[in-house]
Design a protein around this ligand. Structure first.
Ligand code: B1M
Length: 215
């Protein structure tokens, strides 16, 4: 069994090569992909955030850590995605306008794919009109909005307002998530739900899409 604490250290230290090597070793030794993510990689990103807050780390260190995380995620992502014969629903996902954080959003997208959803990933810094376009032209059942900054949370509200103005709000369910987002905030902006993490986002997506189909 590889020394998995090294994976935590590799992400904290922004050492992409080591992160990729240790992830591969862990997977080869039969460690579950979710175990690598939730016990080592996500706690490592939390530690990076903590160091940034107390000014031990600055933006370059955040970027290196993100690069290490993304390198390791490239090995994990295909294992989270499964090809269901019948899609559970069609989802458009994106990080809202002004916000460049995409690691959590990518993780939610992979888990949704793994849960059998057909996922249209709109990327990061996504303008409200792009979500409106996805409802009007791509026939999505569900929109997933991610935000990591308190200053970009209002873009979630703006996106929902844009859907309302375009007259398509009742054609789609909207769920929101990301570290600063709360259940109460989701209610305040008239979202249909809040996902605390990638797993709960998939469970909620399934529940909402099934309820909409049954209605
Ligand atoms: Co930024 N950053 N960052 N950053 N960054 C945070 C978010 C911060 C908390 C760090 C800190 O101060 N402790 C802080 C935000 C403070 C705040 O607003 N409350 C911060 C800041 C301030 C900034 C800048 C402003 C820094 C600067 O320039 N001075 C700047 C903003 C740029 C911008 O977006 N306009 C900035 C930039 C960056 C980088 C680009 C360098 C890099 C991002 C690279 C990338 O994503 N491609 C970065 C990083 C890496 C972080 C931290 C360290 C890690 C984020 C991460 O990837 N976490 C972060 C500190 C932290 O989170 N601890 C920080 C791992 C990821 C798996 O978790 O994204 O939370 P997360 O996703 C989770 C859940 O939240 C949830 O599921 C996921 C899995 O459980 N989830 C959903 C997410 N979306 C969901 C959607 C759902 C449901 C669940 O349904 C739709």
């Amino acid at each position: 069994m590889p020394e998995l604490q090294g994976l935590y250290d590799a992400v904290v230290n922004g050492d992409q090569k080591a992160a990729v090597r240790l992830t591969k070793e862990g997977l080869d030794a039969g460690v579950e992909p979710m175990e690598l993510l939730s016990s080592y990689m996500i706690p490592a990103m939390d530690e990076v955030g903590r160091r940034f807050e107390c000014e031990d780390y600055f933006v370059p260190e955040l970027l290196l850590a993100a690069r290490a995380m993304k390198g390791a995620m490239e090995l994990i992502r295909p294992l989270l995605t499964a090809s269901g014969a019948q899609p559970a629903g069609r989802v458009a996902i994106g990080t809202v306008k002004g916000d460049l954080h995409d690691i959590g959003k990518n993780l939610v997208a992979s888990m949704l794919e793994g849960g059998g959803f057909d996922v249209l990933d709109l990327g990061a810094d996504v303008a409200p009109e792009k979500f409106v376009d996805a409802v009007e032209n791509k026939k999505v059942d569900l929109i997933c909005l991610s935000a990591l900054l308190t200053v970009t949370m209002p873009s979630m509200r703006t996106t929902i307002e844009a859907l309302e103005r375009a007259g398509v709000r009742d054609k789609v369910k909207v769920i929101v998530g990301g570290a600063p987002v709360t259940e109460q905030f989701a209610k305040d902006i008239r979202a249909d739900g809040y996902g605390e993490n990638a797993n709960s986002a998939v469970a909620l997506a399934r529940k909402l899409v099934m309820a909409a189909r049954a209605a």
